[in-house]
Design a binder for this molecule. Sequence first.
Ligand SMILES: [Zn+2]
Length: 57
Amino acid sequence: MSTGPTGEIYRVDWLPGTDVLHGTCHCGAEHTTQDPVEMWEWMLGHPEGHRPRGNGS
Ligand SMILES: [Zn+2]
């Protein structure tokens, strides 16, 4: 678990045996990418591109 510049809580896991990063935003949205920069851009871009689970549609 880590804390972003705004104090929000993010989590990034490295999937074992792969080059894939799996990130979870403080809002509950999840994102996977092989590019750490893309992962940060996704997180910092909240709420754009974020689709939290269990929040309807
Ligand atoms: Zn989010």
